[in-house]
Design a protein around this ligand. Structure first.
Ligand code: NAP
Ligand code: HSE
Length: 428
């Protein structure tokens, strides 16, 4: 066997602890696969005396993760502290500039500084790997960068935030309002310290931006991701959409269009019977479409100690084997700066309207849709309760622009009892 790969681990929280456990429990298995031993030399975290349920006695301790990254007896720095800037970025930069490879699970850092860090890694001739940053235990980065390297990718799509999927499926199953389920998720420890990262769609948007770069050979452009969270999804929307055969998902979609790169992370409807529609709880699912392979569906745990550490270890073993892949699948200098395109791809939409019980109310709504060229695929009206009737409409494919014109004209019909709700239906 060749010399061991010597690791420094910065961050001993959920993921860092999981990585230490795998290295300790599967030492021989991993060494056999890597062709060399993988040894932890030093670790770093904020609080040295914190009980972590793992034996750290054989490793040096560094209070400063940058000092850990600069040590001459370390080959690979595993960055598991989190945060887009601060110590995570300083540690990554220090490691690369001191000739070390880096493995990170930090989607926020790569979404904000992916291009800069990829350039630094390549200039230094080092690897920067991030499988754990997207969809936890699902090997989606490897699938795009390696397994599907012979394809022109046509669409990347997926549920990439387990917390949001838990909230949406729990609301539906228990018929509970958003606020109640949000509090449940908080008690279960599902929410990030800043919950808006989850429910505001930002965490999932970070992940989508990374997959987009890998899929389309473009520079990471988080600012180009159109993001809407799930905070305004009501139990009413979930139940009514369910009646029409749909489930609400916080869905990421990226595709290259003639106008530029379309990236969105927004609540969408998917068919109940589709794999995405059947996705329950905190599980993630990523759908990859390529011109040769067709469609691939990857499903699995998107977070947690074991799954995320599993993804980190996949990267560590690859580096131990000497496998070198450009950070985003292409040399950093070859990544294109694609313009961000506003979503213009036509799609069917679901509309939920609360109509007053007036003669011709429905006809007036249908007339507005007809005037702007939107065709109705199917619709359902429920019985009037307190002189207001919910009406659900599924349109044929239309553009968001046409829909916005229709929505702006609905008010003048005088038949609406509440703001209409419109949700895009993503074909799958
Ligand atoms: P965590 O449990 O909060 O752990 C963070 C660790 O970093 C802690 O050990 C903390 O030290 C240490 N740390 C923070 N600031 C530091 C500093 N200035 N110097 C040294 N150490 C510092 O976080 P996590 O859940 O393991 O997440 C780690 C990374 O993985 C993040 O980028 C996250 O987005 C990503 N990720 C997490 C998951 C998941 O399921 N948890 C899934 C995918 C990706 P103390 O322990 O002493 O406070
Ligand atoms: N908060 C994230 C989620 C953790 O719920 O999916 C994994 O990135």
């Amino acid at each position: 066997m060749t010399s061991p790969l010597r690791l420094g681990i910065a961050g001993l929280g959920t993921v860092g602890t999981g990585v230490v456990k795998i290295i300790q429990n599967h030492h021989d298995l991993v060494a056999g696969r890597a062709g060399r031993r993988i040894e932890i030399v030093a670790v770093s975290a904020r609080n040295r005396s914190k009980k972590r349920g793992i034996d750290l006695s054989g490793y040096d301790w560094e209070d400063d993760p940058v000092a850990l990254a600069e040590r001459s007896d370390i080959d690979l720095v595993v960055e598991l502290m989190g945060g887009s800037d601060g110590p995570a970025k300083a540690t990554t930069v220090a490691a690369l500039s001191h000739g070390k490879d880096v493995v990170t699970a930090n989607k926020a850092m790569l979404a904000m500084h992916g291009q800069e860090l990829a350039e630094r890694a390549e200039a230094a001739g080092r690897a920067l790997r991030f499988e754990a940053a997207v969809a936890g235990g699902i090997p989606v980065v490897k699938s795009l960068a390696e397994g599907l390297a012979g394809n022109r990718i046509t669409r990347v799509m997926g549920v990439m935030n387990g917390t949001c999927n838990y909230i949406l499926t729990r609301m539906e199953d228990a018929k509970l309002p958003y606020k109640k389920v949000f509090e449940e998720a908080r008690k279960l420890g599902y929410l990030e310290a800043d919950p808006s990262l989850d429910v505001g769609g930002i965490d999932a948007g970070h992940k989508l931006a990374l997959l987009t770069a890998l899929a389309f050979g473009t520079r990471v452009d988080f600012s180009g991701v159109h993001i809407e969270g799930i905070e305004h999804i009501t139990i009413e929307d979930i139940t009514r959409a369910g009646d029409m055969g749909f489930r609400v998902k916080l869905l990421g979609v990226a595709r290259m269009t003639g106008r530029g790169l379309e990236q969105r992370m927004t609540p969408c409807l998917v068919s109940k019977g589709s794999p995405l529609g059947r996705l329950e709880g905190a599980t993630n699912m990523v759908v990859l479409e390529g011109d040769s392979v067709g469609q691939i569906v990857l499903r699995g745990p998107g977070a947690g100690e074991g799954p995320t550490a599993s993804a980190v270890m996949g990267d560590v073993v690859d580096i131990a084997r000497g496998l070198r892949v450009p950070v985003f699948g292409l040399p950093a200098s070859a990544l294109e700066q694609a313009p961000a395109a506003i979503t213009a791809t036509p799609a069917p939409y679901y509309l939920r309207l609360e109509l007053l019980d007036k003669p011709g109310a429905l006809a007036r709504i249908a007339a507005v849709l007809g005037d702007v060229g939107i065709s109705i695929d199917r619709m359902r009206q429920y019985g009037h309760a307190e002189a207001v009737a919910p009406v659900l409409i599924v349109t044929h494919k239309t553009t968001r622009d046409a829909l916005d014109v229709a929505l702006s004209r609905f008010g003048a019909t005088g038949v609406l009892a509440a703001e209409p709700v419109a949700i895009r239906i993503e074909a799958f």
